[in-house]
Design a protein around this ligand. Structure first.
Ligand code: ATP
Ligand code: MG
Length: 235
């Protein structure tokens, strides 16, 4: 589902070149649930951005579902990304002028007929219920706490039933109870809809539920372990 080969990312800052990712290789199978761990600054968010095609690598490639997305023209990439990936940013990125419900429905706005719109609205409501925001659907982001905004961002990532969901610290701002809710939602979607999940997390309790754990250090993979009780892989 995801094939990462020889992936490198360097940035030039003030004359010096900083190597952020130094050659990363791995594959993620359909329906797999992978946790990416590593110290702050090890390159996790950078890697996730490259997997989503939000950024281009300095060298190497990312392929999603057999299509190499690295250096693809932006219009084609945007189309493919819309169909294939749900992304949860570390910084949520909700639209401030839209309510929680409207934010979740945003990926729907561009396509679909009236019938589908209705189904989308129903699904958006269900997703917000399942992240514990049933009573907050008509609130704007400024009226929501950080953890609540994070949960809206999660619901939005799943609205179009993407085959791949990439999430950066999806429980980073949540207490135990809400973190547990999110975990259950993720496991449910992984199970029932076969969503391939790649999650960046510092939370060992969350990572433990993944079928596999990839550990980064200083821009390199230093660990790639299958975990007992892991999630099925179809290929
Ligand atoms: N635009 C940029 N310019 C310069 N350096 C950057 C830039 N973006 C990221 N970096 C550096 O790249 C390294 C990796 O950053 P990244 O955000 O991928 O880390 P991370 O593993 O996600 O950390 P955290 O757990 O704190 O979110 C860091 O040292 C960071 O300072
Ligand atoms: Mg990060």
């Amino acid at each position: 589902m995801i094939v990462v080969a020889g992936l490198r990312k360097s940035l030039r800052t003030g004359g010096a070149t900083v190597e952020i990712l130094k050659g990363i290789d791995f594959r993620v199978g359909r329906g797999e649930f992978v946790a990416i761990m590593g110290a702050s600054g090890s390159g996790k968010s950078t890697l996730l951005g490259l997997l989503a095609g939000l950024d281009d690598p300095t060298a190497g490639t990312v392929a999603l579902n057999g299509t190499v997305i690295s250096n693809m023209p932006e219009d084609r990439l945007a189309q493919l990304r819309g169909r294939t990936i749900g992304f949860v940013f570390q910084s949520y990125q909700l639209i401030p002028t839209l309510t929680a419900l409207e934010n979740v429905l945003l990926p729907y706005e561009l396509n679909e007929d009236a019938g589908e719109q209705k189904a989308g609205l129903e699904r958006a409501r269900q997703l917000l219920q399942s992240v514990g925001l049933g009573a907050r659907m008509d609130h704007y982001p400024v009226q929501l706490s950080g953890g609540e905004q994070q949960r809206v961002a999660l619901a939005r990532a799943f609205i179009l039933r993407p085959p791949i969901v990439l999430a950066d610290e999806p429980t980073g701002n949540l207490d135990t109870v809400n973190g547990q809710h999110i975990l259950e939602l993720l496991l449910h979607l992984n199970h029932v809809e076969g969503t391939t999940l790649v999650l960046v997390t510092h939370d060992p309790a969350l990572a433990q539920h993944a079928g596999r754990r990839i550990t980064l250090r200083d821009g390199l993979v230093v660990g790639d372990e299958v975990q007992a009780g892991g999630v099925r892989v179809d290929g």
